[in-house]
Design a protein around this ligand. Sequence first.
Ligand SMILES: [Zn+2]
Length: 400
Amino acid sequence: MAGNPNLLEAARNLQDQTVCFLRDLIAIPSVSGDEERVIQRIKREMERLKYDRVWVDSMGNLFGQIGSGKRILVFDGHCDTVAPGSLDNWRCDPFQGEYHDGTVFGRGASDQKGGLAAAVMAGRLLKNAGLPPDVSVIVAASILEEDHEGLSWKKIIEEDRLRPEAVILTEPSNMAVRIGQRGRMEMKLTIHGVSSHGSSPELGENAIYLCSPVLQEIENLNSQFRGDSPLGKGSIAVTNIRSSAPSLCAVPDSATLHIDRRITRGENEDSCLEEIRHLPSVSKNRYDLGIPEYTVTSYTEYTVREKASVPMWLMDPSHSLVRNAVNTYQNLFGEKPEIGAWKFSTNGVTTKGIYDIPTIGFGPGREEEAHAPNESVTVEEVIQAMAFYAALALQWGESS
Ligand SMILES: [Zn+2]
């Protein structure tokens, strides 16, 4: 089958500047919370590419707009990364933007500076092609995603009142179309006991011992969870235990478990809390159970209190946005894309999960390389993603 060579060719013509831009993005470290310099670099690029409007909001997210129509299509790419971890595991410098044999290496190459670079450059293709008068395309470089996915978009939608008609996430997808992901929540379970002198443990109620059957019952929950296609089944893991006692020579009077729970279709915050309350070894003890909250401060000193819980989201595969993406891919590359769900979590938890804005994902790079040492992305995929983003925006603009 013949593909559509025009946008691919136009994207290839931008290859040298795209590689240059992407290598710069990787060479500017932007671990979550420290995104100011990389935001300024992307802003300069948007201005150079003659975006119609470029601005940074009070939290520090960057936006570049093409067109001025009321129908808004957003391409979202987070510009923060996780830390490099032990440098011993890296074969290259994570912050050099190394480039050889058609591949760019470094922290964020896959997750997700490659996708962000492709979206920013796609703006130039759209500027040249011209959008229908009722359409605007906004490329967003969002922040703080790695530790608090969805947080930036809560602020953008609620406070800035920017309400897109559809959102394309540019996270790595192995060039497949992503239509959902599991949700995620943390729980804090404190079991209370009674302290006594360590020399007379029989006089107390050891909170650590009380936790022992609790741990087993939590682990057993995993075998009761049901599968769900394409999201997969929920999961639960105890990730931390702390205890407190009047001294190390005393029986502890409380122990707190930190629990990570992945949420699939049919599960929610309340059902997950209930599940813990109903465990026999929990209900027979004195306990406290809740979802932890964190205070998050951005590089602009914007501060917000955030509950550690995000919902799952899933698009109907027959939705027009998904069909648009499939048609776009087919026209461009002459074959059908793979469609499925992401293993990891994204800003879709807010755009689709909370606000029900049609959202899909597509990006260059291997999902399994995200957060791993020696991350990389091929220039060919970045160029193809750029052409895909531009073609999708044009096709979406023509549909209503
Ligand atoms: Zn990511």
